[in-house]
Design a protein around this ligand. Sequence first.
Ligand code: FES
Length: 80
Amino acid sequence: MKVTICIGSSCHLKGSRQIIEELQNLVKENNLTEKVELCGAFCMKNCTNGVSVTVDDKLFSVSPETAKSFFNSEILSKVN
Ligand code: FES
């Protein structure tokens, strides 16, 4: 599973760095480092929403506050 977090300037201001750290920790805590690949990408042209994150090419808007529930519903429950 490939999870890409936007690190473009607009998303950076909305906390993409915090989201990356949080997701990295959650991936480690759940022993998913072999299964989940986290990457950064530049602007995904979706700046008006939250921080843009894609999971296998599906686009989501995430904020530092919702990073954990995003992880649970879109990553943890879908990874096999
Ligand atoms: S900076 Fe993230 S979508 Fe534009």
